[in-house]
Design a protein around this ligand. Structure first.
Ligand SMILES: [Zn+2]
Length: 437
């Protein structure tokens, strides 16, 4: 009779576990536990397909705890490296060339809520008090490569953590809403310095243009852009740099020729005005030369004003592009980036682990899966299929969530064919990114 104390030990190849973990997000399973049900059924092709994707010959599927154990073992930095390699590969193979703005890739930078706990979680949570409700938060600062089509690819991440551990987790120092905002913004700017360093290390030669909200329109950020030879288009608000705004207003009236009026396809009337070569002395006494752009819009009798500062010298020939592709494109990190990752089944705000580093590893795994999904959704293969039915891919499947469901069904019930892994076959049918989302 076999001794039940001796369970046969299975060793899983890291490539196999990586692909299996990636499918958790590609198929939008929502929680780690779902791996044991949706991706483990012996009656399906899951095992064969993961073996094919990873080039392995495993004889059984793991359980979800094996994935956590594996991620804890390799560490989050290794998963972050794979994310960065994926983006480098796309840039090198010119897949993202249509996203370039005057030769540069636009990198939107923004912070967002990531994890929220109602009980003290760890020494690094930011503590936020709103009335009688206390939350323990882990926000994150992201840099995403964005373009007007809706692309939002994670290129660098900084987890915003309280650097000073609370004296006691039982009685942590509480911050009111306004104190919390101050701490968070301060942390975002500090995190940006770290993020800029890793972005430069990971992409030393890639020409970037930084796009950020008014929090980033300040001396430290502009200095980092200058040092790294990055362009920038940052939201310009009077309250952030009051004297620079005052100079800008004064010089605008002295430059009546710097004006362009146009109309957007939706009927919105726009009036652009700009001033080049503004001198900006920041709080640390550093002198910068910036150019400032104002855009006044009239839509349905509602006037709106937008403004940006940039290192790009402004002319009538480029102001529309600077505003659209350098400035407004920033909204893609919020809409196509954070909102989709939180609300379309990727479950960004779900705590996939209780271990701090494994949590981060899952975060990066999600970013890689989202990159894959964007290439899939915006790729010519799916566009071509949808065109046969005279609609867009999203109309064809009803929603992005349904698309992930179909992907899961595909992995469960269809064996990936040999030709899918044949390099010669792959070279014949190149998948390109579509022109519009
Ligand atoms: Zn915590």
């Amino acid at each position: 009779m076999p001794d039940s104390r001796f369970v046969p030990m299975v060793t899983y190849d890291r490539r196999f576990l990586f692909w299996w973990g990636l499918l958790l997000f590609c198929c939008k399973l929502g929680s780690r536990r779902q791996l044991d049900f949706a991706l483990r059924d012996p009656e399906t092709y899951i095992l064969d397909n993961v073996n094919r994707l990873s080039g392995c010959e495993q004889e059984s599927l793991p359980v979800h705890k094996t994935l956590s154990h594996f991620l804890g073992h390799v560490g989050s930095a290794a998963v972050a490296w794979v994310r960065t390699e994926c983006v480098r590969h796309l840039i090198r193979n010119k897949v993202l060339d249509a996203a370039r703005f005057y030769g540069r890739f636009v990198i939107a930078v923004d912070g967002t809520g990531y994890l929220r706990f109602h009980q003290p979680h760890c020494a690094h949570c930011l503590v936020h008090k709103n009335g009688s409700v206390v939350s323990y938060l882990h926000p994150v600062l992201e840099a995403k490569l964005v373009d007007p089509r809706g692309l939002a690819l994670s290129v660098a991440t900084e987890f915003i953590e309280n650097p000073i551990p609370h004296r006691s987790l039982a009685a942590p120092a509480l911050a009111t809403l306004s104190e919390y905002e101050t701490v968070k913004q301060d942390c975002e700017l500090k995190a940006f310095a770290r993020l800029a360093q890793s972005l430069k290390t990971d992409f030393p030669q890639t020409p970037f243009c930084l796009s950020g909200d008014s929090l980033f329109a300040c001396g430290p950020v502009i200095t980092l852009c200058e040092q790294n030879h990055w362009s920038y288009v940052l939201t310009f608000k009077p309250g952030r740099t009051p004297s620079l705004w005052q100079d800008f207003q004064g010089l605008l009236s002295l430059s009546p020729g710097n004006r362009l009026q146009c109309r957007r396809p939706d009927g919105t009337r726009q009036c652009f005005r700009w001033v080049n070569d503004l001198r900006y002395d920041d709080d640390a006494g550093r002198r910068h030369t910036v150019h400032a752009l104002l855009c006044q819009e009239q839509r349905d009798n509602t006037p709106q004003t937008f403004a940006w500062i940039t290192d790009l010298r402004l002319t009538a020939a480029n102001v529309v592009a600077v505003a659209e592709q350098g400035g407004r494109v920033r909204s893609k990190i919020e809409n196509q980036g954070f909102n989709l990752q939180k609300n379309s089944g990727l479950n960004l705000e779900h705590a996939y682990s209780t271990n701090a580093d494994v949590l981060k590893a899952f975060y990066y795994l999600l970013q890689i899966a989202h990159l894959f999904l964007q290439m899939f959704e915006m790729g010519s293969l799916l566009q071509h299929l949808a065109r046969q039915y005279a609609c867009s891919p999203r109309q064809l499947f009803g929603s992005l969530k349904n698309l992930a469901q179909r992907l899961l069904e595909g992995f469960r019930y269809c064996l990936l064919p040999d030709e899918a892994f044949d390099p010669a076959e792959a070279a014949r049918g190149q998948i390109r990114l579509c022109d519009s989302s």
